[in-house]
Design a protein around this ligand. Structure first.
Ligand SMILES: Nc1ncnc2c1ncn2[C@@H]1O[C@H](COP(=O)(O)OP(=O)(O)OP(=O)(O)O)[C@@H](O)[C@H]1O
Length: 304
């Protein structure tokens, strides 16, 4: 088995308050995990606001440099992707889908322009018919077609359709990995499951691995192969999703499970531990402890 993504002892510290200030935020602390090639999976990162999920995703995408540690994609580090050709070949393999499709698309631009630009830049296509075929192929994978979106602007599509178009855009280069940061939080509750099911189909039918960042335990339980639970930049528990969510071991994971949002809020609401003082106590108990291996491929943070 070869490694698709190798995140090794990665930390990110942001300086705060100007260059003379000593204040800093440790957004991500010593995170490691790997995704294998050839075994597509949905790897979920869950945690309350500020736990470091987006910062980790941005580092994987090469948009942020780790303060410590290494991230290799198919054996190549971000440092080795400095030139345009290497950067483009990385972007063909790893694509982001952001949270809010209404922000991702300029209201004055037909949505197909985004797909077309991706086909031109990442696939190097110039011929109109070839570009349309690439756009249609990607749109078909998300249950749409080029005919349906041709000439349309973002406001003419529903949130669910627009998020599908955003995912189709990401699929144009046939990436091996999609990084989706809260992809359903801005989508109507009634359409949310269809987007979540789509991510699962991409894994099953097209062999795409997905890093699914979410506040939503219910959809995470439903589609994830593995889950990583973060608190204050640290991984507190990680492993096969269902066993971890059925019987979380870390006190913070248990608290998050108790705080499952109501069905209406799922996906859009912010995940909060059921009891802040207990979350603090969970943190103080194992805080900067160490991750230890349990049976079944689970890792749990315990006091040193
Ligand atoms: N560019 C930055 N400069 C300074 N601090 C930052 C920066 N980006 C993130 N942070 C801080 O790092 C921490 C982790 O933020 P991050 O956005 O990664 O969390 P998150 O889990 O994705 O939260 P959310 O679910 O709200 O998106 C927070 O304390 C945040 O304020």
């Amino acid at each position: 088995m070869t490694t698709l993504l190798d995140v090794r002892n990665v930390s990110k510290r942001f300086a705060m308050g100007g260059i003379l200030s000593r204040k800093h935020v440790d957004a991500v602390i010593d995170v490691s995990f790997t995704l294998e090639s050839g075994t597509p999976e949905i790897f979920t990162i869950i945690g309350e606001s500020g736990s470091g999920k987006t910062t980790l995703a941005r580092m994987i995408l090469g948009l942020e440099e780790p303060s410590e540690g290494d991230i290799n994609f198919e054996g190549v580090s971000a440092a080795e992707r400095k030139d345009r050709a290497a950067r483009l070949s990385f972007m063909r393999r790893v694509q982001p889908v952001f949270q809010n499709p209404f922000e991702a698309f300029n209201p004055l631009k037909q949505v197909e322009r985004y797909l077309e630009a991706t086909a031109r830049t990442l696939l190097g296509l110039k011929d109109k018919a070839e570009i349309e075929a690439a756009m249609d192929g990607a749109l078909q994978k998300v249950g749409l077609s080029y005919r349906e979106i041709k000439g349309r602007y973002a406001h003419e599509l529903s949130g669910g359709q627009l998020q599908r178009v955003a995912i189709a855009r990401a699929l144009i280069p046939e990436p091996a990995l999609l990084i989706t940061d809260e992809p359903v939080s801005m989508v109507d509750a009634s359409l949310r499951m269809s987007i979540v099911n789509l991510l699962r189909d991409l894994r099953d039918k097209f062999g795409v691995s997905v890093i699914y960042i979410t506040h939503d335990l219910a959809t995470a339980y439903y589609i994830s192969d593995r889950i990583m639970i973060m608190q204050k930049g640290y991984v507190v528990e990680m492993g096969p999703a269902r066993p971890v969510l059925d019987a979380p071991e870390h006190a913070y994971s248990r608290l998050l499970k108790e705080s499952v949002l109501s069905i209406e809020d799922a996906g859009s609401g912010k995940l909060e531990p059921a009891d802040r003082s207990m979350a603090k106590a969970a943190w103080e108990a194992t805080g900067e402890g160490q991750l230890v291996a349990r049976d079944g491929g689970r890792l749990v943070r315990v006091a040193r």
